[in-house]
Design a protein around this ligand. Structure first.
Ligand SMILES: Cc1ncc(COP(=O)(O)O)c(C=O)c1O
Length: 192
């Protein structure tokens, strides 16, 4: 049988787990969290990194931070992981789906502007399989209509768009370190 995914290991995981147990620091926000956060901030030139328990939690927090009011609309791709949609639903927003491009399977940036209304507050993009959305066009639309941009970069850790790390171009970026992702901690994520 072919495994759906094989989690990546680099070899020193057991030593680090032993170190955490030995130091009686096995919850979050300990020395490893701090080292990891600083590393991510430096690597991705992110203003601030917050490790979360999953990519889903990072998306939930990002949408809460967008301060949506009932009736506000959030634009998102019609093809994505469920958390991209549940986060704005939990924040009380109305979802407005925009079709994807056949070549990248990412949101079709040429269709976004037609979906913008006076109630639109946020555009969520999802960089499918680490392939970047057309961020110049999307950021230009967001700027002209005063919208926030949330990047679901769950699958885009270490990917770039014109030299910028995915997740650092919009107002908020979200990574997943789930077992199925290229960089894994079993369960985990990041809000940038
Ligand atoms: C595009 C996308 N968004 C969000 C998530 C959610 O991440 P997590 O499984 O860490 O909650 C995933 C991964 O499953 C994903 O692929």
């Amino acid at each position: 049988m072919i495994a759906f995914n094989v989690p990546p290991y680099i070899g020193n995981e057991s030593d680090f787990i032993q170190e955490a147990i030995h130091n009686h620091r096995i919850s979050g926000d300990g020395p490893f969290t701090k080292r990891c956060s600083r590393w991510l901030e430096n690597k991705f030139h992110a203003q601030k990194v917050l490790l979360t328990t999953s990519g889903t939690t990072a998306l939930d927090m990002a949408l809460l931070l967008c301060d949506l009011k009932p009736g506000d609309e959030v634009i998102l791709p019609s093809y994505t992981f469920s958390s991209t949609a549940t986060a704005p639903v939990l924040a009380g927003a109305k979802l407005v789906f925009v079709d994807i491009r056949p070549d990248t399977m990412n949101i079709d940036e040429t269709l976004i502007e037609d979906a913008v209304t006076s109630r639109t507050k946020v555009i969520i993009v999802m960089h499918y399989a680490g392939v970047a959305c057309e961020m110049d066009t999307i950021m230009d639309i967001a700027k002209r209509h005063k919208l926030m941009v949330v990047e679901d970069a769950a699958q885009g850790v270490m990917s770039t768009y014109k030299g910028k790390s995915l997740g650092t171009i919009g107002d908020f970026g979200c990574y997943s370190f789930h077992e199925t992702k290229n960089y894994s901690m079993g369960e985990g994520g990041v809000l940038l």
